[in-house]
Design a protein around this ligand. Structure first.
Ligand code: ZN
Length: 170
């Protein structure tokens, strides 16, 4: 490993340690297939607010986290898992990855994606979400207006952890 690689991995592990320490109440759920049991256990223990990925992002899950599920399979999986997390004491809200660069995405596509996530929560889980965190904390005015129309507050950055870290914190 070169020096820059080692520095980067050191910085990453320090960042994770810091987040694990101060960010336990907020979880970004975007690879729930890694260890769903740890995730449910974590919800039981910490009663966090979980910002949850929905089937609209199945391609993201496949490319980033090798989920290997089509949209329908992911929907079926989440329909079983998310109610268990809620039952365990988590507050479930939305996490949607639109784009690193929102300016390059049409307003129509933004609306379709955010509405899709809300519809999944309402129709499939019976949950009316009130908050949303956008992937990479990348959003623009259009997305803020669309969210507001749908009754969603856009949540800004504060310390959080990823769902795939949960097993280490049980
Ligand atoms: Zn994310």
């Amino acid at each position: 490993m070169g020096l820059s690689t080692r520095l980067l991995s050191f910085a990453k592990s320090m960042y994770k340690k810091y987040q694990n320490h101060v960010g336990r109440k907020i979880v970004h759920v975007e690879s729930p297939h890694y260890n769903p049991e740890a995730l449910v256990g974590y919800c039981k223990k910490y009663k966090p607010k979980c910002f949850c990925i929905t089937p609209v992002n199945y391609e993201f899950l496949n490319s980033e986290y090798s989920a290997g599920m089509n949209r329908d399979q992911l929907a079926q999986f989440l329909k079983k898992l998310y109610p268990r997390m809620k039952e365990a004491g988590a507050d479930l809200q939305l996490h949607v990855h639109v784009s690193w660069l929102p300016a390059l995405v049409s307003k129509e596509k933004k609306r379709v994606m955010i509405e899709d996530a809300v519809r999944f929560f309402r129709n499939e889980l019976g949950i009316v979400p009130s908050e949303i965190i956008f992937g990479w904390f990348a959003w623009d005015t259009e997305m803020e207006i669309i969210s507001k129309d749908l009754g969603l507050k856009v949540v800004k950055w504060s310390p959080y952890i990823y769902d795939r870290w949960c097993e280490e914190l049980l």
